[in-house]
Design a protein around this ligand. Structure first.
Ligand code: HEM
Length: 445
């Protein structure tokens, strides 16, 4: 592959068949042609696979970028005015109001809730150890992140609605993974899947609205994201959010954070299983820092290897695999005129495995995230949470959630992966394991 900074045009229909069978492998084939590749056809796009270009698209030229494309339009039926799909001044105002609710300092207030949700899994896994049952780790991680999100985002005792909510969120995720056929997939088109989506979203809306109504009389009794949103005021205008905006943002945070974090935790278990040397170092740190305790606020900065482990999971198996942004007006990238309405694709499994930025990229090595290695690398070669003004709102929340989930569960249990498990990532809304991730839990002695 050429290291020249120039646009390469892929031949017509270049390996298009692969796009239908394995979209991630297809993108990896396109990336072999160059760091900036124009792909022509029904789904015309530009692959941007160089940190400099990723920075241009995500940050420096963000004013000339929007999310009006086949990927984001699919999310609009769920997110509506939420941060994930809103644009322009409205997005700016909402983001300005919500940024302070998700700083590294503010997410620390969620530690105890994250630990409590992880301990619920500990109780359940104790039983699974006794019975020796083989179980699907993906379902367990879904449950864990659902419980964490439920507790931190709206502090509700969700026990009685979990199964119902999980079904709703599972459908919303499945919907977003459907092939984005033009028109049919626009949220206004009355296809059976869109009608079912509307019904499902309505159900979740009713649930969130009931929480908002209940909260109105006793805001002081709660310390969750919902309450913070209801209290939040725009620092410029002093306005609070109307109820419908609160509802959309809570739902978006829930959806954006549930499956992505669950997927990261699944791959964390897989990489632990696959790398006994890493497992040994991780357990040594957890034993040293925590002994038999669960993690507290003071422990988090000491869990250095655990954090690097989580970061390496998000490099080698990024939960979000594609980030598509659209140019608004004609613009120049690396001296090439790129027309307005062009789809610029950042494909995480490509840039995170790029030989130029990662030594031996297929090797799982948490040490890549030692401070000196991070300093020496272009920050836009590692974008599990995106970058620039749209960088993931829940980035610090998610990293903390991964550290706590791993610290509480991996300290107590080893998951033995069934020998016939094929570690293939799906190319849906997340890269969750494509095949059932069947495991057996063993107590660590
Ligand atoms: C491992 C877990 C997660 C991963 C890998 C992840 C990844 C991402 C990525 C790649 C983006 C797109 C950024 C861009 O366009 O440049 C994003 C946006 C977003 N994420 Fe996350 N996310 C995670 C967890 C969360 C959580 C827990 C929350 C909320 C509590 C959240 C809320 C959001 C929101 C609201 C946006 C839209 C931001 C905007 O456009 O202003 N995410 N996330």
């Amino acid at each position: 592959m050429s290291s020249e900074k120039k646009l390469v045009v892929a031949p017509w229909f270049y390996k298009t068949w692969l796009l239908l069978v394995d979209p991630i492998a297809y993108m990896q084939e396109i990336a072999k042609l160059g760091d900036f590749v124009k792909v022509r056809g029904v789904l015309g796009f530009y692959l941007v696979n160089h940190p400099e270009l990723i920075k241009l698209v995500s940050k420096d030229k963000n004013d000339n970028i929007n999310r009006d494309n086949i990927i984001y339009n699919r999310l609009k039926g769920v997110s509506r005015t939420g941060l994930v799909t809103s644009e322009g001044e409205y997005w700016q105002k909402q983001r300005r109001t919500m940024n302070p609710l998700f700083t590294p300092r503010t997410v620390k207030s969620f530690i105890d809730k994250m630990v409590a949700a992880s301990l619920l899994r500990v109780d359940h896994w104790e039983k699974l150890c006794d019975s020796g049952e083989v179980f699907n780790a993906s379902k367990e991680m879904d449950r864990l992140t659902l419980e964490i999100n439920g507790a931190c985002l709206f502090n509700a005792n969700l026990k009685h609605v979990y199964d119902d909510l999980q079904k709703s969120f599972d459908y919303i995720n499945r919907y977003m993974e459907m092939i984005p056929l033009p028109i049919i997939s626009e949220s206004w088109f009355p296809s059976p899947s869109n009608i079912k989506l509307k019904r499902t979203v309505k159900k979740v809306d009713i649930y969130i609205d009931s929480l908002i109504a209940e909260r109105k009389g006793n805001l002081d009794d709660h310390d969750d994201f919902l309450t913070a949103l209801m209290r939040a005021k725009d620092e410029e205008t002093g306005e609070s959010m109307p109820d419908w905006a609160v509802r959309h943002e809570v739902l978006v945070a829930f959806i954006a954070g549930y499956e992505t974090a669950s997927t990261a935790l699944c791959w964390a278990w897989y990489h632990l299983h696959d790398n006994p040397d890493v497992e040994e170092k991780l357990i040594a740190e957890l034993t040293d820092v925590l002994g038999d305790r669960v993690p507290t606020l003071e422990d988090i900065p000491k869990l250095v290897y655990t954090k690097m482990f989580a970061e390496e999971v998000l490099r080698i198996s990024p939960s979000a695999w594609l980030n598509g942004k659209t140019t608004v007006e004609d613009d120049e990238y690396w001296g090439e005129k790129i027309p307005g309405k062009s789809l610029m694709m950042i494909i995480l499994p490509c840039i995170h495995h790029h030989q130029r930025y990662w030594d031996d990229p297929e090797k799982f090595m948490p040490e890549r995230f030692l401070p000196n290695s991070v300093k020496a690398r272009d920050p836009f070669a590692y974008v599990p949470f995106g970058g620039g003004p749209h960088v993931c709102l829940g980035k610090h929340f998610a990293l903390q959630e991964l550290i706590i989930g791993i610290a509480v569960l991996a300290k107590r249990f080893k998951l033995v992966v069934e020998p016939d498990f094929k570690p293939v990532a799906s190319a849906g809304i997340s890269t969750a394991p494509k095949y059932p991730f069947m495991v057996r839990a063993q107590r660590r002695t």
